[in-house]
Design a protein around this ligand. Structure first.
Ligand SMILES: [Zn+2]
Length: 489
């Protein structure tokens, strides 16, 4: 018999969702929507498909699109040419965004056998509204008729995405609880970043590597114990709830009720013996197999008045993706360096060191060579009878900074010439292989600014010169492009 490894429970245990108020009932009237807080996705986070019925379907008006909270990034609005329908169902497995957890994507199958893509779900006044894409609005309205039965489901990719969100969200509750319980570090906010990036909690202070490792091992002890997670639900008290501030970067976390908590349902997510937090998100029924990896350094953020620190973490499928990508990057680096993965840091250190020494040697040799080139020109100038000594020296050089070398020649030359003899020297340099995009550099150097400018203008006219500076201190630099320019040099 083949061995079976259960990675996570495929069915949510009945003890997961607990209604703790004697008066609260899940509405059974299929003509009314079940409020956010009691939705199927919140009662049974592992449920992928549900038979339900349509309560309403309207054409989405961009103006009526839910206003975006200040400081929050707007989600992509539907494009003008493709109509979007707003569909309210009696119940749903598609989670409408909230609690820092993004909206699910999913599918609605109508009675006529057609399939409609749900691009996102949002809460309007305590109800989950599904945004359905339709090619033609009339067509959609005809199919998604109120009162008819539909199947709402999470496809394979939709469920993978949701499972990743649940893994990260439940891990955030665990991480924040351990930080609070062990080190008295309060979580200010958190962000469930888009996969595969690590998510983060924002804290009032930075942490040492030792502290982070201690928190990680403490959290993973609870993971290995497979602590259970369940949800307690009751009506929201009528008395006003303390608001939780929303920071500009993420979703605020606290023991108070989040500001986007609507629908009159109070939901508390409990990790057995570890944490109780008000939250509307979908959570895994157990910490089992939810190993937590914390990036072992905090990132400090300084804003106008406050300083905080971000602690990045990974868990579940996102952790595996991260490890896979890190491993392939390391393997690629090891192959380039012709060494084993563990030797990569040492090998890189060596390569950087060697490179520094090689650069230093090139600099020294260039300096020495510049003196020789200058010396040759100087000897030629000494034996020349011309009233104005003019000379062009061309070099083929694949240096990243050919102009630097040409300047070194002029400096060396300036150091050996006597002041009285007038001269104009043109130094040019081209790479060994010419393409239409490669550049040659020219440097005009002379005893008199006037000659230099004249020679510079003459060259500009002849060559395809794009760049070029003004004559300054008897030097003008030019940049000529292309093979033709290189040939002419
Ligand atoms: Zn939460």
């Amino acid at each position: 018999m083949a061995a079976v490894i259960t990675l996570y429970p495929t069915v949510t245990p009945p003890s997961y969702h607990r209604i703790v108020s004697p008066t609260l009932k899940i509405p059974t009237d299929t003509r009314r929507p079940i409020p956010v807080g009691l939705l199927a996705c919140q009662r049974d986070p592992l449920l992928r498909e549900l038979e339900t019925s349509i309560i309403s379907c309207t054409i989405s008006q961009p103006a009526s699109f839910p206003s975006v909270k200040k400081g929050k990034k707007a989600s992509t609005p539907p494009s003008a040419d493709q109509p979007t329908l707003e569909v309210i169902l009696h119940d749903t497995v598609i989670f409408p965004e909230g609690g820092g957890q993004p909206s699910d994507t999913g599918i609605i199958k109508t009675a006529d056998g057609r399939t409609w893509a749900v691009t996102q779900a949002k809460r309007h006044g305590g109800h989950a509204v599904h945004y359905v894409r339709a090619d033609q609005a009339e067509d959609g309205l005809a199919s998604l008729t109120p009162g008819t039965n539909v199947t709402v489901s999470l496809g394979e990719l939709d469920f993978d995405r949701r499972y990743d969100h649940m893994s990260m969200h439940t891990s955030q509750h665990l991480l924040s609880a351990v930080l609070e319980n062990r080190l008295d570090i309060h979580t200010l906010s958190w962000s469930l970043t888009a996969a595969p990036a690590p998510s983060y909690v924002e804290l009032a202070r930075s942490m040492t590597t030792e502290e982070i490792l201690a928190i990680q091992s403490e959290a993973n002890k609870l993971v290995f114990e497979g602590r259970k997670v369940h949800v307690e639900v009751q009506e929201m008290d009528d008395k006003p709830q303390p608001a939780v501030p929303v920071s500009e970067s993420g979703r605020a976390v606290g023991k108070g009720v989040p500001t986007d908590y609507t629908g009159g349902i109070m939901r508390t997510v409990i990790i057995d013996g570890v944490d109780r937090s008000p939250c509307c998100g979908t959570h895994l029924p157990t910490l089992h197999n939810l190993q937590l990896f914390i990036i072992p350094q905090t990132e400090t953020l300084s804003r106008s008045a406050t300083t905080s620190a971000r602690l990045y973490f990974l868990a579940g499928p996102r952790l595996i993706t991260y490890l896979t990508s890190m491993h392939s990057q390391l393997t690629a680096a090891a192959a380039t360096l012709s060494c084993g993965a563990p030797q990569v840091p040492d090998r890189i250190g060596q390569v950087v060191d060697e490179r520094k020494r090689a650069e230093k040697r090139v600099d020294d040799l260039e300096f020495e060579l510049a003196k020789h080139v200058a010396g040759d020109v100087w000897r030629e100038m000494k034996s020349s009878e011309a009233a104005l000594f003019v000379k062009h020296v061309h070099r083929t050089d694949d240096s990243v900074n050919p102009l630097g070398f040409l300047s070194a020649i002029t400096t060396a030359f300036a150091n050996i010439i006597p002041a009285e003899q007038p001269f104009v020297l043109v130094f040019s340099s081209s790479p060994s292989s010419q393409t239409s995009a490669s550049a040659s550099v020219l440097l005009v150097f002379g005893s008199d600014e006037k000659y230099v400018k004249l020679a510079g203008d003459l060259l500009k006219g002849k060559l395809n010169v794009k760049g070029g500076g003004k004559a300054r201190d008897g030097v003008v630099n030019l940049l000529a492009f292309g093979e033709k320019a290189a040939r002419m040099l």
